[in-house]
Design a protein around this ligand. Structure first.
Ligand SMILES: C[S@@+](CC[C@H](N)C(=O)[O-])C[C@H]1O[C@@H](n2cnc3c(N)ncnc32)[C@H](O)[C@@H]1O
Length: 297
């Protein structure tokens, strides 16, 4: 990946923490925007007071920016619980994670543990262990809410303890909200930068359910579209990432927008990648350099 920091500095942005304080996200997340950070980071400016992400997932843009103040929200309450445990007990969590074997029988034993029988720290440990060792970082549950993703074939090295400590210190200056995006957006105030990266709506289109119970549907896109006007009326800026579809084209028409090519996994399987397009939609004008830069890809 290109270094998004040098890219971003062309546009006058600086991260709010020192370079040695930048934290790498500790989660693998289907739909993560990690590959698109060089583009996304250009929308954050030094004049923004606070970073708000109501569909946080692995929050890779948040960790890249390392804002002085932030709000992360997600409907997945187990994910937000994990962020709380990373904030409060990073060393203990890391040491416990490293002690768990990464083989099939251990994976399926942890997967079968009942969440409500575990204390919050062990629940967070289970979430993190399964996330780091499951197939493609997918979060999917059955109808009873039990995580049901199989073990991955190439689970890759863990982050370091130092990485997790950096994430923890960033999370200490961040408000964490488990709930629908509108709950998080109630906290938006003037000077905020709000990044919205919702899941692709699934009920109306038969696509793979990456987010289990945290389903997003066409009426949710309409709710989100309405909330954009409220964000701007509050005096905040927004950036939306959304797959190219009828609904996103409608939102794009009302604001400043650019359509970009991206590589997408079909149904989360690496073997079935295809080229697709995604919209970036903002209340702020999108610089000509940015549009030209994206045409080269
Ligand atoms: C595409 S992912 C976000 C990825 C994130 N930008 C990253 O880089 O990892 C979308 C997230 O929205 C969450 N979500 C789904 N429906 C939601 C809702 N109604 N309100 C808040 N979060 C929701 C899912 O749990 C998922 O974590």
């Amino acid at each position: 990946m290109a270094d998004s920091r040098s890219h971003a500095s062309d546009f006058g942005r600086t991260t709010q923490s020192r370079p040695d304080q930048r934290a790498k996200p500790f989660l693998r997340w289907a739909g993560s925007k990690r590959k698109q950070l060089p583009r996304l980071i250009q929308f954050w400016t030094n004049s923004h007071q606070r970073y708000v992400e109501p569909f946080a997932g692995s929050a890779c843009l948040f960790f890249e920016i390392a804002p002085n103040q932030g709000i992360l929200g997600d409907k997945n309450a187990s994910l937000i619980e994990l962020y709380r445990v990373v904030r409060d007990h990073p060393v203990r969590l890391y040491e416990r994670l490293c002690r768990i074997k990464r083989d099939e029988s251990t994976y399926y034993r942890w997967r079968s543990k009942q969440q409500d029988e575990l204390d919050p720290e062990t629940r967070a440990l289970r979430f993190l262990y399964l996330n780091r060792n499951c197939f493609n970082g997918i979060y999917r549950t059955n109808t009873s809410g039990d995580f049901n993703v199989p073990m991955g074939t190439k689970p890759g090295a863990y982050f370091s303890k130092a990485d997790l400590l950096l994430c923890s210190s960033l999370l200490k200056r961040t408000k964490l909200i488990a709930g629908d995006f509108e709950r998080t957006l109630q906290h938006v105030q003037s000077g905020d930068f709000v990044y919205l990266d919702p899941p692709y709506a699934v009920r109306s289109r038969r696509v793979f359910r990456e987010y289990g119970a945290t389903l997003f549907d066409t009426p949710d896109i309409e709710r989100m579209a309405t909330s954009l006007t409220r964000i701007v009326q509050t005096g905040a800026d927004f950036l939306v990432s959304y797959a190219d579809c009828k609904e996103s084209r409608e939102i794009a028409r009302k604001w400043n927008a650019v359509r970009l090519p991206i590589r997408r996994h079909v149904a989360g399987f690496t073997g079935s990648r295809r080229h697709a397009y995604e919209w970036l939609i903002s209340n702020k004008p999108i610089a000509e350099e940015f549009r030209r830069g994206t045409k080269r890809e």
